[in-house]
Design a protein around this ligand. Structure first.
Ligand code: AMP
Ligand code: GLY
Length: 432
């Protein structure tokens, strides 16, 4: 198959790498890609958000499949534009991508579909929003409606923090149009988990569970990041809980979207909050004594979850994605290998704040782990840093401990000026 992967991060490197592991040989392109994707694909110099450029390339090259990694081009209508040219795309249309692009829309769909999620209200007026705050208690969550590069969510511990977040978004226009509407949402207690489902418009196949580490420092402290590591499976959602999550969360959303005229094809990523202590007897996981609520939906593979989940998939990945993209996905399209996987992000000093770029990276050659490039580029024959998250280093093993140890073995051979990583990836699994 001739396949174009759109994007330039660790997720896209993992997608291209996994496609290259298929038994059939594919002709893989990555736009724009990075220094890592260059080893498994041909990089094409088109920005991920350059919809016109991407469509022009696809019209000339006629790929059998385009796999879109990031959310921004999906929200901007890349899938629609490619489909209009008869190109098969894995990734939802702009209407479907609103599940990620508008938190208000996602809530509407969840409410209509009867999917469990935190209570929320939407506001455009700061005074009205503040007046509604007391009803939500503390802590409380303030969210910008639109895409805000992972920075649009504030978990406020005090009323003053909540009011400041509301002012920041509605009065200060911190996120521009994306923050012109805010949601006030009930705080959900529990442990988070990511479920990535391949969806073909009517059916879904759930990939194994994973857990991301959003805070920058060990012990889940410091500011939120795009994710500092991940592992799969996450014991908080074992494989036996997946059928209930599929039937009570993923499928009702797919059907509700279909009712609204949206044939959703791509990944539907459910960020879940699982609470084992105060089980809701009517919830999807009631039998296992847990309550589960949806925290968010994304319209794409998670990053860095993808770097931990895809190495665990057997069979033909290209075929699974093609079947999802063409409406003929089957359960047998996805096989899960018994081994576990963990991925550790090597980041640039200062991230998620300001950081320097262009630092030479050593220890990539002959590295015993699977090293996916997140923010790298080639410069004068050297691989140098070009982002905050630089590398995603994945270890695999029969046990999670083995996988984590192998990931850190890989990390410990890598160095660049200012590099840091979390040292406690998968700690929640080990603490159980
Ligand atoms: P989101 O962008 O909606 O995933 O939110 C980012 C992060 O904020 C989530 O991964 C959670 O850690 C936290 N968060 C969001 N909504 C809630 C909520 N209702 N209760 C508790 N934590 C939340
Ligand atoms: N790792 C979180 C995300 O991809 O949104």
């Amino acid at each position: 198959m001739k396949i174009l992967v759109v994007g330039s991060g660790g997720r896209e490197h993992a997608i291209a790498w996994r496609l290259a592991q298929d038994e059939e040989r594919h002709e893989i392109y990555c736009a724009p890609g990075n220094a890592g994707t260059a080893a498994v694909a041909t990089n094409v110099a088109i920005g991920a958000e350059d919809v016109a450029g991407m469509v022009a390339w696809a019209k000339d090259e006629r790929p059998d499949l385009v796999v879109v990694g990031p959310e921004a081009p999906l929200v901007a209508g890349l899938a629609d534009a490619l489909q209009a040219e008869g190109i098969v795309v894995f990734g939802p249309t702009a209407a479907g991508a609103r599940m990620e692009g508008s938190k208000r829309f996602a809530k509407e769909v969840m409410d209509a579909a009867g999917v469990p999620t935190g209570k929320a209200e939407t506001f455009t007026d700061a005074a009205k929003a503040k007046a509604a705050l007391p009803a939500f208690g503390l802590p409380v969550v303030i969210k910008a409606d639109g895409l805000a590069a992972g920075k649009g969510v504030v978990v406020a511990e005090t009323a003053a923090q909540a009011e400041a977040a509301i002012d920041d978004m509605l009065v200060g226009n911190r996120f521009g149009k994306a923050g012109a509407e805010v949601l006030i949402e009930e705080f959900l207690h529990g442990e988070e988990c990511s479920i990535l489902a391949l969806v073909d418009g009517e059916n879904a196949v759930l990939l194994p569970s994973s857990q991301d580490h959003k805070r920058v420092f060990d012990g889940d402290t410091g500011p939120n990041t795009g994710g500092m590591g991940a592992y799969s499976p996450a014991p908080v959602v074992t494989a036996d809980k997946l059928p209930a999550i599929k039937e009570k969360i993923i499928m009702p959303v797919v059907r509700e979207l279909k009712n609204r005229g949206i044939t959703y094809r791509g990944v539907l990523y459910a960020g879940l909050m699982v609470n084992d202590e105060n089980a809701n007897p009517h919830g999807p996981l009631a039998k296992s004594g847990s309550t589960v609520n949806v925290v968010e939906f994304n319209a794409r593979f998670g990053d860095p979850e993808t770097e931990a989940v895809l190495p665990r998939l057997g069979g033909s990945f290209a075929q699974a994605l093609l079947h999802a993209a063409t409406g003929c996905l089957r359960d047998s399209d996805v096989t899960v290998l018994p081994e576990t996987a963990a991925t550790v992000i090597c980041a640039s000093g200062g991230y998620p704040g300001a950081y320097e770029k262009g630092k030479q990276i050593s220890g990539l050659d002959g590295n015993p782990a699977l090293v996916f490039h997140c923010g790298t580029k080639e410069s004068g024959g050297q691989v140098v840093t070009s982002g905050g998250r630089v590398l995603s280093v994945t270890g695999r093993g029969a046990t999670l401990r083995e996988a984590v140890d192998r990931a850190y073995e890989g990390v410990d051979r890598i160095s660049f000026d200012g590099m840091f990583c979390r040292r406690d990836i998968a700690h929640r699994a080990f603490e159980r």
